[in-house]
Design a protein around this ligand. Structure first.
Ligand SMILES: *Cc1c(COP(=O)(O)O)cnc(C)c1O
Length: 359
């Protein structure tokens, strides 16, 4: 394997650019924090940091089972979706085997594939960067892959495939193909548009407390799957990997629906503002079902220059890595104040990128 640093963190970028504080709009972290109830519960939990967490995350799994109307042994809790993703690759994709994924989607999958000796088989994305069921089915057919990854809603495009589309995709795949549905942003979508909460033995769905719940630093997420699939996680997972404070915070966060509704409404407002900002500058933006929006700058080079120009102004954003949306930058919804600051620095950065391109 070649050496690589998959993600340069905002802390490192701040050091490199000599700025003290970054406007952190590059990793889709929540600008609205965890629920105050989760914060209080975690604060109360800190003195017992001397204890390991419950390796079965039983209380949390019970709450999740009630929420998703499934059985306890159809849920596994882990250190976020990234952790689950590694386990899924280890458990269901042998070295040398392909895993089908849409070109341009969430890159962490590809790091896991590479680290475990498996390989990606790309399905080409649609015009707005999202997955195309027919392309996925074709990639499965030509490669013989037994694992398919779909992030829905997708990152970095923000595209969303509704319940009927996911059902059609599942129906188009052979029964011995496992569909890994990464639903990191599902909390931003009306549940009526998501796949129903029935456990399908051919599908793994993953969820996280990192995005809408605002607990990325706590590292906690879960998978919903059949008992047989969950049994595979039990063989591979780090049983004491999930920290106790995170378990307690997640449990409290689940109970605060009002807070969640507030976050979702504010994120929708923020997306609208970003779409309007792009339009004011005569730029396209992609529809998004998430807490971020992709704004089209032009070519790949122009978008890279824009990321750099924003960094120089203390703003951390990232950009999609593959065509047809590699001429876009991806901006996380911040607070109202952060959005206002972003709009200002976006205009300055755009001017500087356009001047350089012209001159
Ligand atoms: C942010 C993100 C993740 C990572 O989730 P964690 O639970 O923090 O590991 C996984 N998948 C997608 C698509 C994401 O955007």
């Amino acid at each position: 394997m070649p050496a690589s640093t998959p993600f340069v963190a905002p802390e490192e970028l701040a050091r490199r650019h000599g700025v003290k504080e970054m406007l952190r709009l590059g990793a889709n972290e929540s600008a609205f924090g965890p629920s105050p109830r989760a914060i209080a519960a975690m604060r109360d939990a800190v003195p017992l940091t001397s204890w390991y967490g419950d390796p079965e995350s039983l209380e949390l799994r019970a709450a999740l089972a009630a929420r998703h109307r499934c059985a306890l042994d159809e849920i596994v809790v882990a250190c976020g979706i990234d952790d689950l993703m590694g386990l899924i690759v280890r458990g269901f994709c042998a070295p040398g085997e392909p895993c089908v994924a849409t070109r341009g989607t969430y890159p962490t999958l590809f790091y896991h594939l590479s680290a475990y000796g498996a390989r990606p088989e790309f399905a080409e994305p649609g015009e707005a960067g999202g997955m195309v069921p027919a392309n996925i089915a074709a990639a499965v057919q030509r490669s013989g892959a037994k694992l398919v990854y779909v992030a829905n809603p997708d990152n970095p495009s923000g595209a969303f495939a509704d319940r009927a589309t996911i059902a059609a995709l599942r129906a188009a795949l052979p029964d011995d193909v496992l569909l890994f549905l990464d639903e990191a942003y599902a909390d931003f979508v009306d549940p009526a548009h998501l796949p129903p909460d029935t456990i399908d033995p051919r599908t793994i769905r993953t969820r996280t407390f990192s995005k809408a719940y605002g607990m990325a630093g706590a590292r906690i997420g879960y998978a919903l799957a059949s008992r047989e699939v969950i049994a595979t996680f039990q063989k591979l997972r780090l049983h004491f990997g999930v920290n106790r404070t995170a378990q307690i915070g997640a449990l409290a966060a689940l109970a605060d629906d009002a807070f969640m509704r507030g976050v979702i409404a504010e994120v929708a407002r923020g997306r609208d503002e970003y779409h309007a900002l792009a339009a004011r500058h005569g730029l396209p933006s992609l529809p998004s079902a998430t807490n971020f929006v992709c704004i089209g700058i032009g070519t790949k080079r122009a978008a890279e220059a824009m990321v750099e120009a924003l960094l120089q102004r203390g703003v951390f954003v990232r950009k999609p890595w593959a065509p047809p949306i590699d001429g876009f930058i991806r901006v996380t919804v911040g607070t109202a104040a952060e959005r206002a600051a972003f709009a200002e620095r976006f205009a300055e950065a755009l001017d500087s990128v356009r001047e350089k391109a012209a001159g």
